[in-house]
Ligand binder design. Structure first.
Ligand SMILES: Cc1ncc(COP(=O)(O)O)c(C=O)c1O
Length: 458
């Protein structure tokens, strides 16, 4: 790798530790330095243009060059660049955004609470839930159930909720009181001959067994993404969420819908909860809320969550939680403008219509010798690669084929992301059918290039 003193690549290697990167390998291979954005495209320092098929990190709904978001930020920056919500202070962008989010929610919600990232929002949800259990005189009700392969972030509590080994190994996580139940991945996890419905019933049964084994009075909440994102774009089987919710309501357990990826149109409805008939007590929102132009996240809580918290804050004297940047006026103004754009341009409808085209085109790859499963809803999808279709076995080390094809895709002008052997696609919601065709053509070329390499190496 070029480590010349003044090249961006060399300086990156010298000075920057990357997230989600093999730090040793990075010293050899260096970064891809992205310089600018234009619609669904980004361009690197060498002038190469890529379709950003992950919308950054599942998040840039309106594309990478939306002037109206820049203008909204500039206006707010000039008027009031910073304020906060501690000690009953407030400001207009925060109030407007709170009102808008509560009114947009697909189930009755009472209040919005603002944070800066998905991880902080999930940490906050967990703290609110514990606080509420104490407020209700149920101090034993502190355990939280999430799922293997679920993703909820990286702070100590959120990483504990996350059900992926790389987020736990050598971090001494998960913390106590976090339990993980089964992954709703029919293609990989179903027993031979089991229907989707039967598989969903078995998973609801697993959840109930875990609750009974731990003691229902000790379980406070269940966290789940409507579609698992970073775990490999896992779309739950038919009937799954209904069956899970009937177990949760039987034992009076709160449901937290982590809508950080699914929220604001990704699945072809405004929220993933609508796509799957989920009725959450708490919703966790981030990413597409501001198209990630600025960091902002939010929790929506219903009356059953808010009321005990309000009582407890009065008993103690304050709700002892808050972030300096929570509900930042510039981020909130950008989020409001972004939500306006999503509505004005019917990007939810676009996700549904163009998403159907993406899903249909990707499903045509299912017969390719290296493709095990194509899955997805709306504008989120994954193609899982295998070396042996019947046995669903990977090519050598799990993730090797995914990394190989992901690299080929980059050479073919598409930035995607491989989660192990699942290549994910989650493009900006503004993508057109013609752009989807260009994207999927590049996937086809990359698979065609990978096949002889796989066959040559056995
Ligand atoms: C579903 C989900 N929840 C939470 C997070 C964590 O968000 P952040 O990276 O902003 O902390 C992510 C990030 O990808 C996510 O996909």
């Amino acid at each position: 790798m070029d480590t010349r003193r003044n090249s961006p690549e060399g300086r990156d290697i010298r000075y920057h530790l990357h997230g989600y990167t093999n730090a040793r390998k990075h010293q050899e291979s260096g970064p891809l330095v992205i310089e600018k954005g234009d619609g669904i495209y980004v361009e690197d320092v060498a002038g190469n243009r890529y379709i950003e098929a992950m919308a950054g990190l599942w998040s840039v709904a309106v594309g990478f060059s939306e002037k109206r978001l820049v203008d909204a930020a500039t206006r707010q920056m000039s008027k009031l660049p910073y304020y906060h919500d501690f000690g009953s202070k407030s400001h207009s962008p925060l109030i407007d955004l709170a009102e808008r989010l509560v009114q947009m929610a697909p189930v009755p919600m009472s209040k919005a609470y603002f944070t800066n990232s998905g991880s902080e929002a999930n940490d906050t949800a967990m703290k609110m839930i514990w606080y509420r259990s104490n407020a209700l005189g149920q101090p034993a009700r502190k355990k939280i159930i999430s799922r293997k392969r679920g993703y909820h972030g990286v702070t100590i509590a959120a990483a504990s909720l996350t059900g992926l080994p790389n987020n736990h190994l050598s971090f001494d996580l998960p913390i106590a009181n976090v339990l993980h139940t089964s992954t709703p991945h029919y293609w990989r996890e179903a027993a031979p001959g089991e229907s989707e419905e039967q598989f969903a019933s078995r998973l609801a049964g697993d959840l109930e067994k875990l609750i009974l084994a731990e003691g229902p009075e000790t379980i406070a909440a269940f966290f789940g993404e409507p579609i698992m994102g970073a775990g490999g774009v896992i779309v739950p089987p038919v009937g799954y969420w209904e069956k899970i919710q009937s177990v949760l309501s039987k034992y009076d357990i709160l449901l937290v819908a982590d809508e950080v990826i699914c929220g604001f149109g990704r699945t072809g409805e405004m929220f993933g909860s609508q796509t799957f008939g989920i009725r959450p007590d708490i919703m966790v929102l981030s990413k597409q809320i501001s198209s990630s132009y600025l960091p902002i996240s939010a929790l929506l809580i219903n009356e059953g969550v808010f009321e005990p918290i309000a009582d407890e804050s009065e008993r103690i004297g304050t709700f002892g939680h808050g972030f300096t940047g929570g509900g930042h006026p510039v981020a909130a103004a950008v989020a409001l403008e972004n939500l306006k754009l999503i509505e004005e341009r019917d990007l939810v409808g676009n996700a549904r219509a163009v998403g159907a085209h993406l899903q249909a085109r990707l499903r045509r790859l299912a017969s390719h010798p290296l493709v095990g499963e194509v899955r997805g809803v709306g504008l989120i999808a994954a193609v899982e690669l295998v070396a042996d279709k019947a046995g669903k076995a990977p090519w050598g080390k799990p993730g090797a084929l995914g990394a190989q094809v992901n690299g080929l895709l980059q050479q073919n002008g598409v930035i995607s992301r491989n989660m192990g052997d699942a290549i994910a696609f989650c493009p900006p919601l503004i993508i057109t059918e013609a752009q989807v065709d260009t994207l999927v053509d590049a996937v086809e070329r990359s698979l065609a290039a990978a096949l002889p390499q796989v066959r040559a190496q056995g």
